[in-house]
Design a protein around this ligand. Structure first.
Ligand SMILES: C[S@@+](CC[C@H](N)C(=O)[O-])C[C@H]1O[C@@H](n2cnc3c(N)ncnc32)[C@H](O)[C@@H]1O
Length: 255
């Protein structure tokens, strides 16, 4: 079913992308929704079903007390409320001030810290802070650029040892659309990896076609003089001590 705000989203996103401001249309659309000119976009009061399916079998996330979660592009707040309901000290942020205003109105008394923040201009206090990062449908709403930069910003939110779950439409080989949403490819999923953050699972949900990808940031920090990447071991460079132990053996063979 095509909703009236879908059609408006097509118009506004097309204009914004043509003007070189690919994140400018979200606020306009939410504001029209709040004014009643169109239906409220991405309007749901329950957590995203694939997020619930991801969460439920993971006992490590049942009780988040003492840990921090952040929901990127949180929209009207249902996923942030889900994280908070599991005890996480939760931040939900969105570039749209109207979305954040609506989220606060919908969840009076919520423990979620709702903030108006542009993912592409993250405040320093969020970086490296979160044990759990939740990203639902935000990266796919952005063309590239700035999707690559946005993905790096999502990953930067992870604290050492933290987990990231990213949920997105999955590319199934259809011609690429000229406006959002842009279904993500496996290559897009790799944008969320760094030398410290590796993807541990990429689940292909069949109907509807979705990715549910899980990433982990390693909990130890590399030695300052250790190279960030070692051939054949991209994400987990050999610890410095092991590499040092091997050196005398090589020296003896050639000595
Ligand atoms: C497709 S909507 C999904 C909303 C919500 N995650 C959901 O699943 O219902 C994309 C969301 O990302 C937000 N967004 C887009 N670009 C953003 C940016 N640069 N920084 C923060 N939020 C952004 C939009 O305002 C919008 O709420």
């Amino acid at each position: 079913m095509t909703r009236d705000w879908d059609l408006r989203a097509d118009e506004l996103s097309g204009e914004a992308i043509a003007a070189g401001q690919p994140a400018a249309w979200f606020e306009r659309l939410y504001a029209e929704g709040a004014a009643g000119a169109v239906g409220m976009p991405w309007d749901r009061d329950t957590p995203q079903p694939q997020l619930v399916d991801w969460w439920t079998p993971r006992p490590g996330f049942a009780d988040g007390r003492g840990r921090r979660a952040v929901v990127v592009g949180c929209g009207l707040g249902a996923d942030a409320e889900h994280a908070a309901s599991h005890g996480f000290e939760t931040t939900g942020f969105d570039v749209s001030a109207t979305a954040i205003d609506q989220a606060r109105q919908r969840h009076p008394g919520s423990t979620v810290d709702y903030r108006v923040i542009d993912l592409l201009d993250l405040p320093a206090d969020l970086v490296g802070r979160y044990d759990l990062v939740v990203e639902v449908f935000t990266l796919q709403a952005l063309p590239d650029p700035p999707r690559t930069r946005a993905a790096a910003a999502v990953t930067s939110l992870l604290a050492p040892g933290g987990t990231l779950v990213a949920i997105a439409f999955r590319d199934i080989g259809a011609p690429p659309p000229d406006r959002p949403p842009y279904p993500l490819t496996r290559r897009d999923l790799a944008l969320l990896e760094t030398t410290e953050v590796r993807m541990v699972q990429a689940e292909e949900v069949a109907h509807p076609a979705r990715w549910v990808a899980t990433y982990e940031r390693r909990s130890w920090l590399p030695h300052p003089w250790q190279p960030a990447a070692v051939e054949g071991c991209r994400h987990y460079p050999v610890p410095a001590r092991r590499r040092l132990r091997r050196r005398p053996a090589i020296a003896r063979r050639h000595g």
